[in-house]
Ligand binder design. Structure first.
Ligand code: GDP
Length: 582
């Protein structure tokens, strides 16, 4: 089939708006759930009657789950039609005690704590996503190990004891003011500096948290411009945000490889070594993509024994460095117990740590309900182009089509046909396409509007935003980016772009092995256009190639079966479960 007209045409013809395109028919899932016009009228009418009554009741009832009246009468059992998944009868009612009164009450399934991953002791109103995500997300087939669950509960206790402004925190802070590590401290910390694009930040924060778990440190998060607007607090009672009066906070931006307290720099200048007794109160770890050989010694076991004595580690990185932790004998055994299924590291830690704030959750749930919920299949396509100039680029469009059609993720269109009679099992497919440019989705939308599909399926194309260029410092821009990563993670199948941490976040949260679009070379669509990922883990883009014991270079992607080179970056490393074909 010649799809060149869709690849080359630049001005899109008027295309059906996502809403209006579907108005003319009642999709199969809607029929299945009986959402006929009469039923909707009925729901609306009963809602109008019942809502004032509920509002009155809620005034008289304290905000205590055990004593709340069930609110299912409100008629908004919208959660039960989401994703075509009926909630089971063992759902427990969750009254919307949200301060944001626009959030409808929902039923909370028993899986709400993600198989024990999440702590129960949270205020529901402050972070609806923590309690509602289980309704929207598919139940993960990957269960967290009991060792991971108990490690998380232990960490939460540690965080409560050592978090901001606790006695231990205040005492350990005194070390920084004195300039050197004074004796052993009750609590030790790793401070994560907000750095780089949002996808990078999410991955590095998960890496820092894993390092904190492995070394019994407390993770504190530099709030940067917008961390607090994007993520709920993940730990009960004590904030994970670094207090704004932390003494080094104004130096974070200037920290670099040559900073006096930079670990690599101090090693290079021989100021510290494994037998140094007087260590500084803090060390700055430079693990960004431009790090040098001395900085990379962080990944050597003997350096970890030095680092273990320093109360404050301050970390700047734009890399998901987890794969290299798997190559260290200090952590090897514990990592195996934490993650018996090795490729689930980000899947579990990501779902544990990253809960969208109510503002972002609103972006996610409104979009999901309006455009995606009723589809039989949801296909996420993440388009990230690392090329000079403004897209859309024809070779990228060619590649998207070649991949999705070849892998049968999307149906072919019949260019000679006008109307296809709907087959018995006609499917409604919703494509969620994310990109900085609107061009790719416009072209796909045209294609599926102008021609019927050969198998009679209907295809809707939806793109939440087209921000044109990266605007890391703009709050709403990052909220939309986070919402889109999350929406992609709710797909049934996913196509991602090479090298993009944005896509890695989506695949990891969703527990999906995506089809990865190879990086185009010379403005030409690669052949083959894409391949299936061997694991859902993100790729470490700048790993060290050093054998610490032999003190010589080595191929770190060939040392153990569960750390391999990435599909999309030949020098990168990623964790795989080991049972897949490599
Ligand atoms: P990476 O550069 O692809 O690894 O991903 P990052 O998330 O670290 O940085 C890219 C940034 O560009 C994102 O955080 C967004 O700010 C922006 N961006 C890139 N692609 C998209 C997109 O499809 N949608 C939105 N809303 N923003 C995007």
């Amino acid at each position: 089939m010649d799809l060149s007209s869709f690849r080359r045409r630049s001005s899109p013809s008027p295309s059906p708006d996502s809403g209006s395109a579907r108005r003319g028919f009642l999709p199969a899932p809607a029929r299945r759930f009986g959402l006929g016009a009469m039923r909707l009228n009925h729901i609306l009418a009963s809602t109008l009657l019942v809502l004032p009554l509920l509002a009155t009741i809620s005034v008289f009832y304290p905000r205590d789950g055990a004593r709340r009246p069930p609110d299912r009468a409100a008629g908004f059992a919208e959660a039960r039609v989401l994703d075509g998944r009926a909630l089971s009868g063992n759902a427990t009612p969750l009254v919307s005690d949200d301060t944001d009164s626009s959030s409808p009450p929902v039923d909370l399934p028993k899986n709400d704590l993600l198989g024990g991953l999440l702590a129960a002791e949270f205020n529901k109103q402050s972070c609806l996503s923590r309690f509602q995500s289980a309704i929207y997300q598919k139940i993960s087939p990957h269960k967290p190990s009991s060792f991971l669950v108990s490690k998380l509960r232990e960490y939460e206790k540690l965080h409560k004891r050592c978090g901001p402004y606790t006695q231990s925190y205040n005492e350990t802070l005194a070390n920084i003011n004195s300039g050197k590590a004074i004796g052993s401290t009750d609590c030790k910390y790793i401070v994560w500096i907000s750095f780089s694009g949002l996808g990078n930040r999410i991955l590095t924060l998960a890496s820092a948290f894993l390092y904190a778990l492995l070394t019994n440190r407390v993770l504190l998060v530099d709030r940067g411009k917008d961390m607090a607007d994007l993520f709920c607090e993940p730990f009960p009672e004590k904030s994970w945000l670094l207090p704004t009066d932390f003494p080094l906070v104004n130096q974070f931006q200037s920290f670099g490889q040559n900073s006096p307290n930079c670990h690599g720099n101090m090693l290079k200048k021989n100021i510290i070594n494994t037998s140094t007794n007087t260590l500084p109160a803090y060390l700055y770890l430079h693990l960004a993509h431009d790090y040098g050989d001395h900085d990379k010694l962080f990944f050597c076991d003997e350096e970890q024994t030095v680092l273990a004595k320093v109360p404050w580690l301050v970390l700047k990185t734009d890399n998901y460095f987890v794969p290299s932790l798997f190559l260290m004998s200090s952590f090897d055994e514990e990592l195996s117990k934490l993650f018996p299924d090795k490729e689930t590291v980000f899947h579990h830690l990501g779902r544990y740590l990253f809960h969208p704030t109510n503002r972002v959750w609103g972006l996610i749930t409104r979009y999901y309900q309006a455009y995606l919920a009723k589809a039989d299949e949801k296909i996420g396509i993440q388009v990230r182009v690392f090329e000079e100039g403004n897209g859309p680029f024809p070779h990228v469009m060619d590649q998207i089509l070649a991949c999705t059609l070849k892998e049968k993720l999307l149906p072919e269109v019949d260019e000679k046909g006008f109307i296809s009679s709907p087959p018995e099992n006609q499917k409604l497919k919703a494509v969620l396409l994310t990109s900085l440019s609107s061009g790719y989705s416009e072209k796909l939308k045209d294609m599926y509007w102008e021609y019927p599909t050969v198998n009679g399926d209907l295809v809707g194309i939806y793109q939440p935003s087209h921000e044109e260029y990266q605007q890391t410092e703009r709050q709403l821009h990052n909220q939309k980016a986070w919402a889109e990563m999350y929406l992609l993670s709710m797909s049934d199948v996913l196509v991602t772009s090479s090298w993009s941490t944005f896509g890695y976040v989506a695949q990891g949260l969703g527990g999906l092995k995506p089809w990865i679009l190879y990086k185009p070379d010379n403005r030409t669509a690669p052949n083959p256009p894409c391949r299936r990922a061997m694991s859902m883990e993100p790729c470490f883009h700048a790993p060290p190639f050093y054998d610490c014991k032999a003190k010589a270079g080595t191929d770190t992607g060939a040392l153990v079966p569960h750390v391999r080179h990435c599909e999309d970056m030949s020098w990168g490393l990623k964790v795989v479960s080991g049972h897949d074909e490599l």
